[in-house]
Design a protein around this ligand. Structure first.
Ligand code: GTP
Length: 332
């Protein structure tokens, strides 16, 4: 996942503590005798602190991906959760601070060398470094918060994707489990409590991703607030189609009219290719709604293969993946 490699972001106090305590430690056990070695000691202290600060700030910048290059799905979620502009500003400020400390420390080296009281410019430099770090303390906090939020986002790949929608208990997770090879992974998703379910299936060497979205596409859009709607629309940025499941046996607790209404609402508002399928055909109360072509049961397996085939035919075809690397040709 693109945000996984972001390590804990230090606060401004932690950074200053680390830099200044290491800088003091550079002097441990050294005898400082005479003006030359006093200058060298102050120079070493300054360089240690400055390098720690500018290196740490520089690596914060490198840990975050470039927001103009991340997949649109993650871009949208980042924007909803943190705000891409605010994040970019914070990263720019951190970069500025890293560079500023680097150049400033080099200027102060010149002031320390040959100085009769070298600790004066060194202390001044420390003061300036502290103010620079304090001036970005809010940026560091924002980045720390962003890191904690973004790392929890689900690992959704840029693979052809089937998003499963429908009222609670219609059989969405049963469907995902029925068609995927390994146990689907539960991942958290913004503004949902249950977590989404992500499974994979492979057909003709192509991997498909199947996502069950409890709490997202499972009740009328009119009941959603703005931010929830944005979290839902981020899903549209995947290369996806929607499978809307209904349960005409009504054992899910919702009548069929409400279920069909939701299905049509999702089709209209979500506006990506979709199929409606009726699940639980094995139940006695099951009555086939006239307009529905796909009838399935995740219990008996009825209709599942035909439905999967149809779904796959609607998805864009990526290059098939190879099980093995092509053989290395001798002589090249
Ligand atoms: N008889 C029968 N029961 C089914 C079928 N598919 C699912 N169920 C049952 O319906 C109930 C709900 O199934 P789930 O797969 O959890 O439904 P869901 O839509 O994922 O529910 P949420 O996660 O709450 O949104 C469970 O008790 C399933 O065993 C089916 O084809 N036939």
């Amino acid at each position: 996942m693109i945000f996984e490699k972001i390590k804990t972001i230090p606060t401004s106090e932690e950074l200053l503590d680390k830099a200044f305590s290491r800088s003091v430690r550079t002097m441990a056990g050294k005898t400082i005798d005479g003006p030359t070695s006093r200058c060298e000691a102050n120079e070493a202290m300054l360089l240690t602190a400055a390098n720690i600060l500018s290196d740490n700030l520089g690596s914060i910048n490198k840990m975050f991906p470039s927001f103009d290059q991340i997949p649109p799905f993650y871009y949208d979620l980042t924007d909803i959760l943190i705000g891409v502009d605010d994040l970019k500003k914070a990263l720019n400020n951190v970069k500025w601070a890293s560079e500023k400390i680097h150049t400033m420390s080099r200027e102060y080296i010149g002031k320390i060398r040959g100085n009769k009281t070298p600790d004066v410019p060194r202390k001044e430099a420390f003061g300036r470094m502290s103010s620079i770090i304090e001036s970005i303390s809010k940026d560091l906090l924002l980045l720390g918060e962003a890191r904690n939020v973004l790392r929890k986002l689900p690992d959704v790949r840029e693979e052809p994707t089937i998003i499963v929608a429908g009222y609670p208990n219609v059989g969405k997770s049963s469907f995902v489990k029925a068609v995927t090879n390994a146990t689907p992974e539960v991942a958290s998703y913004p503004f949902t409590t249950k977590g989404i379910l992500i499974g994979h299936m492979e057909k003709d060497n192509i991997r498909y991703q199947i996502i069950d979205t409890p709490g997202l596409l499972d009740r009328p859009m009119s009941e959603r607030n703005e931010i929830e709607l944005q979290a839902i629309t981020a899903l549209r940025r995947l290369d996806a189609i929607v499978l809307i499941l209904i349960d005409p046996s009504e054992s899910c607790g919702y009548d069929i009219d409400a279920q069909l209404k939701l299905a049509h609402e999702i089709q209209e508002q979500f506006a990506i290719p979709s199929i409606i399928a009726a699940n639980k055909s094995d139940r006695d109360e099951f009555k086939k709604p006239g307009e529905i072509e796909f009838i399935i049961s995740t219990v008996t397996g009825e209709g599942i293969d035909a439905l999967v085939e149809k779904l796959i035919s609607m998805l864009p075809k990526p290059e098939p993946k190879f099980d093995e690397m092509p053989p290395i040709l001798d002589g090249f």
